[in-house]
Write a protein that binds this ligand. Structure first.
Ligand code: ADE
Ligand code: ZN
Length: 363
């Protein structure tokens, strides 16, 4: 897939500004960072028979135009992930790439049920990911946390069993999320699981994917019934001003993913993302499944800037939002915000140009 592509109509100085911008990534699925070359290498290492023998052949299978058709390619690819080393290598490759794009901190999803369901123990998955996090912090200076996602097209009982199994690794997981096929799988199906997760001290987020049947009702449930701390995608909220007002007032971050949107709906949703940003919602920009959607986090910033004609000040605001919507401890977050201000000053971007520097109801 194409990465590191700077859109032709993006000014080179803005592209450079984005590339070096200190930022967090808050919406990336570790299993969605499995590049074709790593997939082939792991298949060889684990004697997993694949129909595809070359990177080009793997890429040729990336034919999707909806969430469902993407997931049909995404899950079978995971069969090459078998050992602790495999999970470690996957996460370390992603963290290395993220660090090269100015990412200081990542909160990354993983899908344990996609592995335990095919016989790979929970501990194999989490030990591998944890090892990568510790190595990346030491070698690259990037910090990372894990968010455990439940697969919403499986039962609430399986999700609860997974939550209980995860408790022995409580310190290695910052929050829980909900992903996979949203159709007929609303947030309310998992209300008991998320209530237990909250009681165990996990932070809460969940996918409200783009243009789903019942998108607005699912967003409402996530905010009002589940009480999420963040919303993944959630861009359809723009259709409902009173929900927009709730997330704005409560400072609930939205983790938007322009490249992913282009694949699953044929529209980057730039207008909606920019409208929310300019309305003072804590919008953030992320890559979702970068190995499949053709770009990592900086490419997502660049594509949005090119498509919507955004300024450096708006890129700066998106990066600020990534820190203020993160689950970093306040003193660490504030250190990064100061670094961001220094970076902006060095590039002649005034922080006074920030979009909505102060929420409207705070004076
Ligand atoms: N799993 C991986 N990527 C996803 C997405 N964008 N939506 C729902 N589930 C996912
Ligand atoms: Zn996602």
């Amino acid at each position: 897939m194409t990465t590191d592509v700077i859109p032709a109509d993006l000014a080179p100085d803005l592209a450079a500004f984005i590339a070096g911008l200190p930022k967090c990534e808050l919406h990336v699925h570790l299993e969605g960072t499995l590049s074709p070359s790593l997939k082939l290498a792991l298949a060889t290492r684990n004697n997993v028979e694949l129909a595809e023998k070359t990177v080009a052949e793997v890429e040729a299978t990336y034919q999707f135009d909806s969430l469902t058709s993407f997931l049909a390619v995404y899950y079978p690819a995971m069969n090459v992930l078998v050992t602790v080393d495999d999970f470690r290598d996957l996460a370390l490759a992603y963290l290395t790439k993220a660090a090269s794009q100015g990412v200081r901190h990542v909160e990354m999803f993983f899908d344990p049920q996609a592995h335990t369901g095919r016989g790979v123990p929970f501990q194999t998955v989490i030990r591998g990911y944890r090892r990568a996090i510790v190595e990346a912090q030491a070698q690259l200076g990037i910090s990372a946390e894990l968010i455990m996602c439940f697969l919403r097209d499986l039962s609430a009982e399986f999700a609860m069993a997974t939550l209980l199994e995860s408790l022995q690794y409580r310190d290695w997981i910052i929050g829980v999320g909900l992903d996979s096929d949203e159709r007929d799988n609303p947030p309310s199906k998992f209300a008991t699981v998320f209530a237990r997760a909250r009681a165990e001290g996990f932070l809460l987020t969940m996918h409200c994917d783009i243009d789903q049947v019942g998108s607005i009702e699912n967003i409402r449930q996530a905010i009002e019934e589940i009480g999420v701390d963040r919303l993944d995608h959630g861009t359809n909220i723009v259709e409902n001003p009173s929900l927009v007002e709730q997330v704005r007032k409560r400072g609930i971050g939205l983790t938007c993913c322009p490249f992913s949107n282009s694949f699953v709906t044929n529209d980057m949703k730039a207008n909606e993302i920019v409208q929310l940003l300019r309305d003072g919602v804590k919008v953030t920009i992320n890559s979702d499944d970068p190995a499949y959607f053709g770009g990592y986090v900086s490419e997502n910033y660049s594509a949005l800037a090119a498509d919507a004609g955004l300024t450096a000040a708006e890129m700066l605001q998106l990066a600020r939002n990534s820190f203020t919507a993160s689950w970093l401890p306040a003193h660490v977050r504030d250190g990064y915000l100061a670094e961001l201000d220094t970076y902006a000053a060095q590039h002649g971007v005034s922080t006074a140009d920030r979009v909505n520097p102060i929420p409207r109801d705070v004076h």
